[in-house]
Design a protein around this ligand. Structure first.
Ligand code: SAM
Length: 352
């Protein structure tokens, strides 16, 4: 029986339909349509379409180590969905548990987070600049990219408690194809009714590596190199976050330092097999400044698990999700290491 598709999968189904209609095709034909040279994304898309009942597959009679695929027509899947009795639909609303690593599409998974349950969402979405993630294709059209993320922001707002915060990290785009993506995200979130409370400049101290000057020493066409990233911070409904003052654990020195909105933090050097991990210091500051101990912190594009690991180390709950199994494995390892480090610290304190 067919079930509804998330938009990222529906977009790929539509591309296949345009090319293959009701014809059989193989994975390499599909990879060409998705311009996916290593077939990682294609394999995920084909497997998800099959699981959701939008695709049939059989062994290739000419080479039975390979498979052939055929799309079901839109009218066939709609008929199946309409005929499917309620109790046979997958139980997608089983709520997510705290402090677990979830591997899957964030829009599917976020639907399983109860409303008004997250105190801080902090994330860095795929930047859509062609980064080689494990199985996310980072080259949507700009409009597709914005439409997709607006759905994610709407879910983010739903799951935040009143007064909950959303810290959204985004880098300025490249010089050649500059898009004001931080402005567009801010407009989307304000359209959704979020309060835009501040922006933090994360100065990455990377100017030493600089090469692209544009017109060197000439006003003809000099380039400004983005040596910073933004952290745009929003609140849901109101500015204040309620909590027990006993659980506010930011120190006086930290508070004074973090409330200056220019944060000098070098990029992460320990990449943990991920192309774009957060530095732990950035997340530590956001968590300590914006949440109470015991609060829940969500990263819906969790990657190598920096948010989950730092939340664990600082006594917060986390919700982590990522499309890539590889990154989820890394996140799991980092959380376990963080738990070990926490136990050791407590032990040291107890014996001191
Ligand atoms: C900029 S990276 C985040 C890195 C993370 N902040 C860290 O510290 O490792 C964006 C992540 O989004 C993931 N991703 C892409 N599409 C996704 C989707 N639909 N659902 C969940 N995760 C997705 C990618 O696999 C990638 O790890």
């Amino acid at each position: 029986m067919a079930s509804a598709l998330p938009s990222w999968l529906m977009q790929r189904y539509a591309k296949f339909l345009e090319k293959f209609d009701g014809d059989w095709f193989d994975a390499s034909d599909a990879a060409k349509i998705l311009e996916d040279s290593d077939q990682n994304l294609t394999n995920v898309v084909l497997s998800e379409l099959r699981k959701k009942g939008w695709l049939v597959t059989e062994l290739n009679p000419e080479d039975n180590r390979k498979r052939l695929y055929r799309l079901k027509s839109p009218s066939a899947v709609i008929r199946e969905m309409a005929a499917s009795p309620r109790e046979e639909r997958p139980a997608v609303f089983e709520p997510l548990e705290l402090n677990q690593i979830y591997c899957g599409d964030c829009l599917d998974l976020m639907k399983r987070i109860p409303s008004d349950s997250v105190h801080l969402a902090v994330t860095s979405p795929p930047y859509n600049v062609g980064i080689a993630y494990d199985n996310h294709k980072d080259t949507l059209s700009y409009d597709e990219y914005l439409d997709w993320l607006k759905e994610v922001w709407a879910e983010t707002k739903r799951v935040l408690v009143s007064g909950g915060r959303f810290a959204l990290n985004i880098a300025p785009t490249g010089i050649n194809d500059f898009k004001p993506v931080h402005h567009d995200f801010a407009s989307q979130l304000r359209d959704l009714g979020m309060i835009f409370r501040t922006e933090i400049i994360w100065y990455k101290q990377t100017m030493l590596k600089r090469t692209a000057w544009g017109s060197w020493k000439s006003p003809a066409n000099p380039h400004i190199i983005p040596s910073w990233e933004y952290v745009l911070v929003f609140s849901k409904d109101k500015w204040r976050l309620d909590g027990d003052p006993k659980n506010a654990d930011v120190t006086k020195e930290e508070f004074m330092k973090f409330s200056d909105g220019m944060w000098y933090i070098p990029p992460e050097t320990q990449r943990n097999g991920h192309p774009a991990p957060f530095p732990e210091e950035l997340i530590y500051r956001l968590i300590k400044f914006y949440t109470y101990r015991g609060n829940t912190v969500l990263d819906m594009f969790g990657g190598s698990g920096t948010v989950a690991a730092v939340a664990t180390k600082t006594g917060r709950n986390f919700m982590h999700m990522d499309l890539s199994k590889e990154y989820c494995k890394t996140a799991d390892r980092r959380v376990n290491e963080a738990k070990g480090a926490l136990k050791q610290t407590k032990l040291l304190l107890a014996t001191a």
